[in-house]
Design a protein around this ligand. Sequence first.
Ligand code: DGJ
Length: 746
Amino acid sequence: MSPHRIPVDPAVLAPSPGATHRIHLSAAGVSVVLDVTDGRLPAIAHWGAALGALGPEGLDAVCEAAVEPVANNAVDVPVRIGIIPQQSDGWIGRPGLSGSRPDGSGWAPRLHTRTLALNELPVTAAHVETGAGTLRCDLADEQLGLAVALEVELLASGLLRMRAALTNTGETPYALDELTVTVPVPSDADELLDFAGRWAKERTPQRRAFTVGTHLRENRRGRTGPDAAHVLHAGRPGFGFRHGEVWGVHTAFSGNHRHLAEQTNTGARLLGGGELLLPGELRLAPGQQYRGPWLYASYGEGLDAVAARFHRHLRSRPHHVSTRRPVTLNVWEAVYFDHDLARLTDLADRAAALGVERFVLDDGWFGSRRDDTSGLGDWVVSDDVWPDGLGPLIDHVTDLGMEFGLWFEPEMVNEDSDVARAHPEWIMAPSPDRMPLPSRNQQVLNLSIPAAFEHVLGQMNAVLETYDIGYLKWDHNRDLLEAATRSSGHAAVHEQTLATYRLMDALKQAHPGLEIESCSSGGARVDLEVLERTDRVWVSDCIDPLERQQMNRWTSQLIPLELMGSHIASGRSHTTGRLHTLGFRAASALFGHLGIEWDLARASEAELAELREWITLFTQHRELLFTGDLVRADRGETSLWLHGVVSEHADEALFTLAAVTRSGESHQERLRFPGLDAEALYRIRPLQIGERPSGLGAPAWLRRAADADGLLVPGAVLVRSGLAAPLLDPEQALLFSLRREGERTR
Ligand code: DGJ
């Protein structure tokens, strides 16, 4: 992605404080218009649908149209809300920058714009229009000794991202409480959608009206959280996957953070986000800088369009994973802590015979870790269970042609571990004589202490240097409560989060090609900053396919399918106790990075044969799944969920129809397949592996398609009028492949 560069006339390069600049960035159907009137703090006059070329008059018109009238009993000039909202602009809501000096001053900044640079070239022209690009705004309040470097970047995908860095240019320390960046949304974006959840039930959607006040989603877990807001959307009432304008934001940070939607009594509406700083956590010495996380902002007609911008951006990164995502077997639900070479080599044999390409050894291989009460933090292969080291298993796995992956939980310790005994001062705690409540029998190791960081890095490097390991499953199984540097009592979640990023970066640098999975008690660390250094997320510890229908559906609101670990587990779910057919488990897992998490020694020959077919189907379709656009049909309150992936030019598609509950109505429903080309002619084929879904009542078109080699159907029928929905028992699924076979003759 190379941002479009605008030609700048060197004759107009002199910075002019107090000057007015109006800048229009536009890419992939999105426009962002920034207004820097009279050198004030940049305000977004428009973020939404593309406006086309505006010219100077048009740009002035957009900016002037965004100016509200002066209200009675308010400040005497129109209120203009900057990207970092401040009282000095008349904003009476939550300030974007909040902090103070020891004498109590410094809390009410008046930031103004000193210089602007677009794609690294100074902006001096009053009106600038360009495509995707990066605007760097140098802001300051000289009197208060504060300087802010604000970056506003419109990416080629049409995704907007912004972040701010504060430098203390004064002579006394500056205690920073909050630095939040915001985007405006229109006053008729009346409905909010974001996410909640808990362990094994991540990313449950919640909707509410956007009303006066602040919908504040604060996270104090020290990790992204199973209940993270994930993407906080505002949209036209009733917006769905395919309709209704929607504006969504995501705070890309894996420590404490916030998302907010705020409306004041003037009707102004903002979405915003930033890091949540604990008391005293950031005390900037003179000259010191703090940089906040990226706030990503995605706009589109419907939630699919919002998701697509995130997906396109992630896929455009040079380090994004290849589409040949290896089919993975993770041993956790197969053996738990029962590590036994014979059992695991047998599991590897069975996996390889099915076409599995990566074998991951989970928790329990190190120190005294025979259960979750001890040994965590001692990253040395256990002599008890692995007397000959991991070599025999790894050699066996790699001889079978599979890659080997290994589990770590680098930020954590059991108190009953060698490392915790040797260095109790490395445990995060509010004081030397107070310990946070244990959670899963564990505490947090303070990676912001250089010696602790080096210790963990050294132990992990030693394992990675000894063995042929291509993949780490990086776990994180507790919230950070009272997480301070034990000797001083200073809150240290911010430093811990940055140290974790550094540790990941150091390992990736030392071991080129190493992939890392972000896992946190399942899916409690899913955000775009951890994904800058990890290669997939574990969506949830709950592999029950019915639950995964929902969790995968909403996890993919932010990340594309190739980054979502999606496994086929045993028939009875270990987290819910529900029983499901292999067909439903596999059809649900297929729309993600496929894996297996099942003791294959307990699977029947028939199940293994069927599993082999599913794996083949996945490998045949992974190119499509991991390059195509995710589409989710709006089907109201129906029991039948339809989603799929459509290739770039709508030549090919794979859909799944899942019955997530028992229908309360007789079946007069039609299936409309989103994302296809209404002008094309498609061959639709039902794909059936294993037994026929129970309760299947096939309509005539489906019987004909199954009897012959598919059925030719005009795209307009598929997209607009729809096909009669089959009858299906609950928790059953059907798959359809579609291929363009020409254009409609008119
Ligand atoms: C939590 C993870 O989500 C599981 O997949 C597994 O790795 C366990 N931790 C191991 O302790």
